[in-house]
Design a protein around this ligand. Structure first.
Ligand SMILES: [Zn+2]
Length: 169
């Protein structure tokens, strides 16, 4: 796992152009890591691969216990709803930090599957939130970027510790 302070988490990941066995293997590794870490989503840069690939659970709401996993390659948000909702988020790359993030309730996403076929998915509520969090990762953005100035002050010491640890590795 790559942690806050690792520059790979701030890069825009490169598009996938080859849909081969290696990509499949990477996706399988990511699903395994996500499940092992009890996460609801994971983006490739979080395990050190700067490519446009994410895995996520298709959760209808925060209490949903589905294990239905989706894999999105080269995802792109086509539209976002005007209405938004606030919910607490965390991130496997920023352990010990949580915070309220406002996001659009519904989004439409175009992506490719592991065979390179194009799809469009409409996501709402928790699933839309997870996809937005993970797509942000592919663009070098983290959920803490959305926190209020006051919340940012509170998490600053924790972020500093994480960043110095990640520099040691
Ligand atoms: Zn994250």
């Amino acid at each position: 796992m790559r942690y806050y302070g690792d520059p790979i988490l701030r890069e825009r990941a490169r598009d996938v152009t080859v849909f081969d066995a290696r990509l499949r293997e990477l996706a399988a590794d990511m699903v395994e890591t996500m499940e092992h870490e009890n996460g609801v989503g994971l983006a490739a840069p979080q395990i050190g691969e700067s490519v446009q690939l994410l895995v996520a659970l298709r959760l209808a709401d925060p209490d949903d216990e589905t294990t239905d996993v989706v894999v999105l390659v080269n995802p792109e948000i086509l539209s976002r709803s005007q209405d938004t909702w606030v919910h607490e988020e965390g991130c496997l790359s920023i352990p010990g930090v949580r915070g309220n993030v406002t996001r659009p309730s519904n989004i439409t996403v175009r992506y490719r599957d592991l065979d390179g076929n194009e799809h469009v998915v409409e996501a709402e509520n928790m699933f839309a939130r997870i996809l937005q969090h993970e797509i942000d990762h592919l663009n070098g953005k983290l959920f803490i970027d959305y926190l209020s100035p006051a919340a940012k002050v509170l998490i600053k010491p924790r972020l500093k510790r994480l960043a110095s640890r990640s520099g040691d590795e």
